[in-house]
Design a protein around this ligand. Structure first.
Ligand code: MRU
Length: 347
């Protein structure tokens, strides 16, 4: 599955407006940082790696109309743009990883004039975009080894082409397995409240002619009990040094169920999703979203207007529930603390 989820068009960012899928494939053009931040908050563009790419392109939007030649003013301006983008969504560390890389370009070239730094920043944003495509395919190839012919798998939310610049993380495993000639089945959880599973994952897998069956989130236990499930594949928004992994709300529930039913549970995520500055999942900031996402859907009220709502967008799966983390460097297995370090810090 290859799709242009988000691209840089010289003076604007073009992205698929994912709030309109699956019924309309509509593109949204953002010419400024503010509309891009709004698109991120609304989930027009979403998924951790895609948010990283969006952040890099967002910085390009923020600098394109900078007129002066004073490097101090330019540096201060970049800082303000990064702060604005960084305030859009808190959980996916890929967004902050991309902003850090953009800021690093500025810091590493203190003597270049403003147009030269702008060119370097564009190069860096494009490099992150291309790296994302490459690492997704590498993860897919490693993960495909875990898929057996005739097997049945479960996924949650959307960790596909739409959540990256193309191809995907967890769904990339399915695409690579399909490319190897394996046939298999996938159950997709619908993923309330915003239905990324029903609207996006099902759309992607159907386009790719992968055998997908949609289930409500509360059917997962029964499906694991009554069908032979060979594995669960989910993406991640932030993984701590000990392997605790934040992903879409409901992922932890799946991992707990997987342990009870003896189903292997895998996370698929690139290095840019690891936050080695934190020890455990307890330190991962969890985004809380608006009550109306739970009280209604698609403009239809589904609950009394004033009912109290709890709406965390993500949960954290304890590393003890994870059988392996598929990365572009290979599949990391327990003990995660040691093996994550070994994979990424040559420790
Ligand atoms: O709120 P969203 O739709 O941005 O949440 C996305 C997820 O939870 C994905 O599973 C995660 O970002 C991994 S994407 C490859």
């Amino acid at each position: 599955m290859s799709i242009s989820t988000i691209v840089w068009k010289k003076d604007h960012v073009r992205l698929i407006d994912q709030t309109k899928l699956p019924h309309e494939l509509v593109y949204l053009d953002c010419y400024d940082v503010e509309p891009l931040c709004d698109a991120i908050k609304r989930l027009s563009v979403r998924g951790a790696p895609a948010l990283g790419v969006a952040a890099g392109f967002g910085v390009l939007l923020g600098i394109k109309d900078f007129t002066g030649h004073d490097r101090h003013l330019f540096n201060a301006h970049i800082e303000q743009v990064c702060a604005q983008i960084g305030a859009s969504r808190p959980t996916a560390v890929n967004l902050f990883y991309a902003l850090d890389r953009m800021q690093m370009v500025v810091e590493k070239h203190p003597h270049e004039d403003v147009p030269a730094v702008c060119r370097l920043l564009e190069k860096e944003a494009m490099a992150m975009f291309k790296e994302d495509q490459q690492v997704c395919r590498q993860m897919g190839n490693f993960g495909a080894k875990l898929i057996r012919k005739g097997g049945t798998y479960i996924t949650v939310c959307n960790a596909g082409a739409l959540a990256t610049s193309d191809y995907g993380t967890a769904l990339g495993v399915f695409y690579s397995a399909q490319a190897e000639g394996k046939d298999f089945k996938v159950f997709s959880l619908e993923t309330r409240p915003l239905l990324q599973g029903a609207r996006l994952t099902v759309w992607e897998l159907m386009q790719s002619k992968i055998d997908v069956t949609l289930i409500c989130d509360n059917m997962a236990a029964s499906v694991m009990k009554n069908q032979k499930i060979d594995g669960i594949f989910a993406g991640a928004d932030r993984i701590a040094s000990n392997g605790d992994a934040a992903n879409k709300i409901g992922t932890y529930m799946l991992a707990v169920l997987a342990k009870y039913h003896k189903v292997p549970f895998y996370i698929v995520a690139p290095e840019s999703t690891f936050d080695l500055s934190i020890k455990s999942g307890e330190q991962i900031p969890i985004e809380q979203r608006g009550a109306d996402e739970v009280r209604s859907f698609g403009g239809c009220k589904t609950a009394p207007d004033k009912v109290k709502v709890f709406n965390p967008a993500f949960d954290v799966t304890d590393h003890g529930l994870i059988k392996g983390i598929v990365t572009e460097k290979g599949i990391i297995t327990p003990p995660f603390k040691t093996n994550i370090k070994r994979a990424f810090l040559n420790g």
